[in-house]
Write a protein that binds this ligand. Structure first.
Ligand code: F6P
Length: 545
């Protein structure tokens, strides 16, 4: 069993949390008129307000002591040095190299990776320009109008989210994304597309993933049925680390965009996995996205912990979920992005956070004796306000919220943007302040309610308040600030893992289900030898009946 929870820094935090938990967030403002200034920080063009967290200055000091105890600075250094911090797979987690400038000296195993990184990036940009300009012609001599990215998990969620977030700036061909092995998604994506003007990007790090290979095969059959086998090389490109498997699938070696085993799937949108993004918005905007992420990397690497955005977010996450956690019970983290264009932000973040930190052994292979990742969920504001915010305001369990708010809109409906901002700020204020029975009673009395009717009406209208949140402001949702906010959350995820002493970069937990799916498939096709548990066997029998 890990001894982290018996360490001095952990015990000090636990003791202090009991004291803090009995007070109110609002009282922390009364004690410090400068709290909004003191409990906020800036970096890479983003502004983080964490003054509405249920944390006092001493809590912050103790969290920083935990960071020192867990050698956070050392781990950040190891990440940027390209060390094999993904120990169970003996790999670096070096996504920071993907957005570093050409002249950065970043090495893995003594090899300077910047030449490879920028070599592939240049090829991606050149290829995207060919598609966007109409110079790349399909097998019948017509330019490409539609691009379908086939991939799942990290090979889908990042590019899908960025293409959606920057859709108003997209000036390339129409983009489509297919992930699910449910054929309905491929059918719906192909509906209305012409084989002669469609390009498929098959995106898979391993090039073995069942869903992707199945959808890629079906897409290939669709194309070949219309244009013949020879058309494949003009209509299929691949993004992968597995050149041999790509060749076996029949994609031209010249049409392969590679990346490396030190790029984790959920950290890969900055690599060739982002090819669909470059095609959609163009090389200049993709490079701006990389520049924003790089600015956050530099902030993360070089800013003292007490002003370091990813470090602060990671510390506060651990504070909420491990120390104030006994009150929170559900151990979940809500993210509400007040921008319709960020509608796929939460699904991307879910893989990032929960595939990275859904772990129960530490780096030494010992069971952890603490809760690791919170369940992460949410939606865009204001939609969420009319769905799950009731629970956030009055539910018996507290769920901390991150509000993400781009300030300037790209559209001309400025009144609506003001309403969006007002709603976002009002929600975090309401969560913190709540509404007392006395306030409710006074309001109802002013409306003429008295006696038993008044007393009955009060309890359901009371808000306990004291519910913590962060607010992250972006000047606008442009590629640079989007890159910065995505890198912010990537590094927050890493910080949490360092504080928990877990490995954020492997994902063995997805393997068992994949293996069993193969067994169930074999049983479905009549293999009697497959050993299934009685429940699954009974369900299978009913499914086949
Ligand atoms: O879900 C498991 C996983 O391995 C993810 O980590 C990854 O992003 C996804 O599958 C897709 O993998 P690949 O890019 O190899 O097809």
């Amino acid at each position: 069993m890990s001894t982290l929870t018996e360490s001095p820094a952990w015990l000090a935090l636990r003791q202090h949390a009991e004291q803090v938990a009995s007070g109110r967030i609002a009282a922390l403002f009364a004690a410090d008129a400068q709290r909004p200034q003191r409990f906020s920080a800036e970096g890479a063009g983003l502004f983080l307000d964490y003054s509405k967290q249920h944390a006092d200055p001493q809590a912050l000091d103790l969290l920083l002591a935990l960071a020192r105890q867990q050698d956070l600075q050392g781990w950040i250094g190891r990440m940027f040095a390209g060390e094999a911090i993904n120990q169970s797979e003996h790999r670096a987690a070096f996504h920071v190299a993907l957005r570093a400038p050409r002249d950065a000296a970043l090495r893995v195993d003594g090899v300077d990776v910047m030449e490879q990184v920028h070599g592939v990036l240049d090829r991606m940009c050149a290829f995207a320009e060919q598609i966007r300009s109409g110079a790349w012609l399909g097998a019948t001599g017509r330019p490409i109008t539609d691009v379908v990215n086939i991939g799942i998990g990290g090979s889908d969620l990042g590019p899908r989210m960025v293409c959606r977030a920057l859709a108003v700036q997209a000036d390339g061909p129409r983009m489509h994304f297919v992930a699910n092995v449910d054929g309905a998604q491929l059918i719906s994506a192909l509906h209305g597309l012409e084989p002669a003007t469609t390009l498929f990007i098959i995106t898979s790090k391993t090039f073995t993933t069942l869903e992707t290979m199945t959808n890629a095969g079906a897409a290939r059959s669709w194309l070949v049925a219309a244009l013949g086998e020879a058309a494949v090389s003009r209509h299929f490109v691949a993004v992968s680390t597995n050149r041999a498997a790509v060749a076996k699938f029949g994609i031209d070696a010249a049409n392969v965009f590679e990346f490396w085993d030190w790029v984790g799937g959920r950290y890969s949108l900055w690599s060739a996995v982002g090819l669909s993004i470059v095609v959609a918005v163009g090389p200049a905007r993709f490079r701006d996205l990389l520049a924003g992420a790089h600015a956050m990397d530099e902030h993360f690497r070089g800013t003292p912990p007490e002003r370091n955005l990813p470090v602060l977010l990671g510390l506060l996450s651990v504070w909420n979920h491990n120390f104030l956690g006994s009150r929170f019970g559900a151990r979940s983290q809500v993210v509400a992005a007040y921008a319709q264009d960020l509608e796929y932000f939460v699904p991307w973040l879910q893989q990032l956070e929960m595939e990275s930190n859904g772990k129960s052994v530490d780096r030494e292979g010992q069971p952890v004796d603490l809760a690791t990742t919170p369940a992460l969920w949410g939606d865009v504001g204001t939609n969420g306000q009319h769905a799950f915010f009731q629970m956030l305001h009055q539910g018996a369990v507290i769920h901390p919220v991150d509000f993400v708010l781009p300030l300037r809109a790209a559209h001309p409906l400025q009144d609506q943007q003001r309403m969006l901002i007002a709603n976002c700020l009002a929600q975090s204020a309401a969560l913190m302040l709540g509404k007392t029975a006395a306030q409710v009673r006074a309001e109802l009395q002013a409306k003429g309610l008295t006696g038993a009717a008044l007393e009955q009406a009060v309890p359901p209208r009371v808000f306990a308040g004291n519910r913590p949140s962060n607010t992250i402001l972006l000047p606008q949702l442009d590629p640079y600030h989007l890159g910065a906010v995505l890198a912010l959350y990537e590094h927050r995820t890493f910080v949490e893992s360092v504080l928990w002493n877990t490995n954020a970069f492997d994902q063995w937990g997805v393997e068992l289900g994949k293996q069993l799916a193969q067994s169930v498939l074999a049983a479905m096709t009549g293999d009697q030898q497959v050993d299934l548990d009685p429940s699954t066997r009974a369900l299978l029998a009913r499914s086949l009946a």
